[in-house]
Design a protein around this ligand. Structure first.
Ligand SMILES: Cc1cc2nc3c(=O)[nH]c(=O)nc-3n(C[C@H](O)[C@H](O)[C@H](O)COP(=O)(O)OP(=O)(O)OC[C@H]3O[C@@H](n4cnc5c(N)ncnc54)[C@H](O)[C@@H]3O)c2cc1C
Length: 407
């Protein structure tokens, strides 16, 4: 019996595991000859791209409804170490009992996390990085209308004007207006704080004029070349010396790959991702593949993958194909994702869709929002319960469901 072990129950981990089963089945390999196991510290696939929306607790899919029908064994545990010499992974089970899991081939797909700053009052910061932290923010917002009035009750400071910061800032502009009693609506303020001198520093020039126009329309204030030095439950103190009375400060700045990447003796990039070859094998570490936010793969010549669902899904499917292919002696297939696009939600102002690495604007407003809603409510969700459908969707040649695959 050969063992493939996948670490992580996000987009990349799920599609790696299902992709491996698909490849084994295509080759007529019996489940008693090749076992695929997925270890995750959550019971659900968390739909992280939706955690800026209201009701984040609903943004998940039970892992057993995707993995169970295709015979993937799930271990609910937190991985604590990886020994690539002995090909063993150590973990702590739910009951805190230590576990050792052996593998012949490993896929590391443990994702990423926001880098929380160490600053006075950091415990007052909110973030939308995990289901639990997004739920904490959601609960806090819903309670605001019931609290006694105070200066800054309906003010939110959002730190970081990248993808996540822009999505939560524009969402909050609408949400706080809906939550505030009518006679208090003029108290609603959203202040976007960004260390760089422009909003969307990594988004480039293409969509920036539209984003700036939207921020103005929504009345979102900008503090550029600035960061937050201290927070309390009632205010945020900016590096400029300004103190903004605010009940809510949301931190979105800076992402890093899972710390588990440090257990693998491979090269890592500046955000901790493992450098992989065209087949998603970690360079120089036999038997180990990486996918999703833990992998730095070439998406197109000279362009590395981004930490995004858009890349995590195909990285997972290709890693699954190749990890099984490697064990079964098949030719490996080079990673080849769909052309790069972005779709940024801008709250009540719609969305903006761009294409290419220079992010040329394709559509904006409500037309772009329709696409965002389709992506968020359908495309990124894996099918559940139906083994045939789940395996068809794992085809590495198709990133998003097509009519043929769904049929
Ligand atoms: C608010 C927000 C908005 C976003 N918007 C977009 C967007 O619009 N478009 C887009 O393409 N992308 C977006 N992203 C990024 C996208 O969500 C991630 O790139 C994607 O989730 C990465 O998938 P992954 O499987 O690599 O990692 P994750 O989704 O992070 O999954 C990692 C998995 O590993 C598990 N895990 C971690 N450590 C351990 C451990 N030690 N032991 C066991 N299990 C472990 C986790 O519990 C989780 O199940 C957004 C992210 C956020 C937070």
């Amino acid at each position: 019996m050969k063992n493939i072990l996948v670490i992580g129950g996000g987009f990349a981990g799920v599609w790696s595991a299902v992709g491996a089963v698909r490849t084994a089945r295509e080759q007529g390999v019996h489940p008693t000859e090749l076992r695929v196991t997925l270890v995750s510290n959550t019971d659900d696939l968390v739909i992280r791209p939706r955690l800026y929306e209201a009701d984040p607790q609903a943004m998940r899919v039970a892992l057993d409804r995707v993995l169970g029908p295709v015979g993937i064994q799930r271990v609910a545990a937190t991985v604590t170490g990886i020994d690539t010499d002995s090909r063993q992974v150590t973990a702590l089970g739910r009951d805190a009992r230590p576990l050792t899991l052996d593998y012949d081939r490993l896929v590391l797909a443990a994702g990423s996390q926001v880098v929380r700053p160490e600053l006075p009052g950091a415990q007052w910061l909110f973030d939308i990085d995990t289901l639990a932290s997004a739920a904490r923010l959601d609960h806090h917002l819903r309670r605001l209308p019931q609290s006694a009035p105070f200066d800054g009750r309906f003010t939110a400071v959002v730190v970081g004007a990248g993808f996540t910061g822009l999505e939560i800032a524009t969402e909050l502009a609408g949400r706080l207006r809906d939550l505030a009693p009518r006679e208090r609506r003029d108290e609603v303020r959203v202040v976007l704080v960004e260390k760089a001198e422009s909003v969307g520093p990594e988004l480039g020039e293409g969509p920036r004029p539209h984003i700036v126009q939207v921020l103005e329309e929504l009345g979102i204030e900008r503090r550029l070349g600035t960061t937050v030095d201290a927070v309390s439950g009632r205010s945020a103190t900016l590096s400029s010396g300004e103190t903004v009375p605010a009940a809510t400060t949301v931190w979105t700045a800076g992402m890093t790959a899972s710390p588990l990447t440090a257990s693998i003796p491979g090269e890592r990039d500046r955000i901790g991702r493992l450098v992989v070859d065209a087949y998603l094998r970690v360079k120089g570490v036999p038997g180990v593949f990486a996918a999703g936010d833990t992998a730095a793969a070439e998406a197109e010549p000279g362009r590395l993958t981004t930490q995004s669902c858009q890349h995590a899904v195909p990285l997972g499917k290709f890693a699954g194909r190749n990890v099984a292919g490697d064990l079964l002696g098949l030719d490996l297939v080079p990673f080849a994702p769909d052309p790069y696009v972005t779709c940024l939600d801008l709250g009540p102002a719609g969305a903006v869709v761009t294409s290419g690495w220079d992010r040329t604007v394709q559509t904006t407003g409500q037309e772009a929002k329709k696409l965002k809603q389709q992506i968020n409510s359908a495309w990124i969700y894996p099918p559940v319960d139906d083994a045939g459908l789940i395996l068809r969707w794992a085809d590495h040649r198709t990133t998003w469901p097509t009519a043929e695959v769904a049929a």
